[in-house]
Design a protein around this ligand. Structure first.
Ligand SMILES: NC(=O)c1ccc[n+]([C@@H]2O[C@H](COP(=O)([O-])OP(=O)(O)OC[C@H]3O[C@@H](n4cnc5c(N)ncnc54)[C@H](OP(=O)(O)O)[C@@H]3O)[C@@H](O)[C@H]2O)c1
Length: 298
């Protein structure tokens, strides 16, 4: 029998993203964070998205501290994603004077080990290069990722925010499958539909993880023509706009897996229930796209 502990990233309905955890009073304590982890597991979502840069590592640390509020069985069911490669001026990154990307072997290895320490884990289940480094020495980066997998510190690797050409450059050299490509994708940020990244990920059998699937909340911040369409469909489906926007993402072949960023357990429940239940037909889907783009498809 397939248990949640075994759900591969390709088969999960959603990932929970921890980026905003310390900006929200409900989730910024170990107890509050643990309640969200527990809610995710109860909802059948075991994949949790992190990065070394989220509050200078403090979000990963919060996850590690929260484990003491879970029982051992819950902790074992969690699957962790982390990322490395982005540098910017902040107290936790001494010596950095300008935003840049880094992909040297030493750096990637050290960041993975530091993330594991903060997360109080033995293994990162999916490790992503957060951004494409224009200065990447591809052979060196590939060998570093392979060594992390051989050592057992990382179970699988992927990328985030790469173009099709950047991804092809890495796969030519990397002696491992890329398990996932995490990209920005939502009703409002829909450029990936035309860039070729979705088709490329599908042909590589890499899961497509959609970050900011509700445009980071911008979908609700102002009235746009697309909101009228979302609200109309939400009424028809007896749900809310967020669930329709997520159902729109899930309708894209892939599958496309949203990385949900809400810190509200109620919203998390509603969004996961909605994306499992609601199925949009082609005309619903194109109506949303056309309203979002402000133009008919040609
Ligand atoms: N790879 C990358 O480069 C990259 C970049 C950005 C993010 N990420 C990952 O993607 C994850 C998700 O990103 P995100 O947080 O931007 O996701 P999101 O789900 O698009 O946005 C979450 C935000 O929307 C708000 N929201 C959700 N439902 C709402 C509703 N019904 N009404 C009003 N506001 C609502 C949430 O507030 P509440 O908490 O109050 O519900 C929260 O502030 C992050 O945690 C991170 O793991 C990756």
């Amino acid at each position: 029998m397939l248990t949640e502990a075994m759900i591969p990233i390709h088969d999960t309905d959603a990932v929970w993203g921890a980026w905003r955890a310390r900006s929200n009073a409900l989730s910024r304590t170990p107890q509050g964070f643990a309640e969200r982890l527990s809610a995710c597991l109860d909802l059948g979502v075991s994949w949790i998205d992190h990065a070394d840069i989220y509050d200078d590592g403090a979000v990963e640390n919060l996850h590690g501290e929260a484990l003491t509020h879970l029982d051992g069985e819950q902790a074992r069911r969690l699957r962790v994603i982390s990322k490395c490669g982005v540098r910017f001026e902040s107290p936790g990154q001494p010596g950095v004077r300008i935003a840049h990307y880094r992909s040297s072997a030493d750096f990637i290895t050290a960041q993975a080990e530091a993330s594991l320490k903060r997360l109080r884990g033995e293994r990162i289940d999916l490790y992503l290069l957060h951004r494409p480094d224009y200065l990447m020495a591809v052979e060196e980066t590939a060998r570093a990722l392979e060594a992390l997998v051989s050592s057992g510190k990382v179970a699988s690797v992927g990328i985030s925010n790469f173009s099709t050409h950047q991804l092809a450059g890495l796969t030519e050299t990397l002696d491992l499958p890329l398990t996932a490509h995490q990209i920005e994708l939502s009703v409002l940020a829909n450029q990936a539909l035309d860039s070729g990244v979705l088709e490329q990920a599908r042909s590589l059998k890499a899961a497509i993880l959609a970050w900011s699937p509700l445009a980071g909340g911008a979908l609700f911040a102002e009235d746009r023509p697309v909101n009228v369409v979302l609200a109309h469909l939400a009424e028809r489906e007896e749900t809310d706009m967020a669930s329709i926007a997520l159902a729109w993402l899930r309708r894209i072949p892939g599958p496309v897996i949203p990385v949900l960023g809400t810190m509200s357990v109620e919203r998390l429940q509603q969004q996961i229930e909605g994306l499992r239940r609601i199925s949009l037909d082609e005309q619903d889907w194109y109506e949303i796209l056309q309203a979002a783009r402000g133009a008919r498809v040609p």
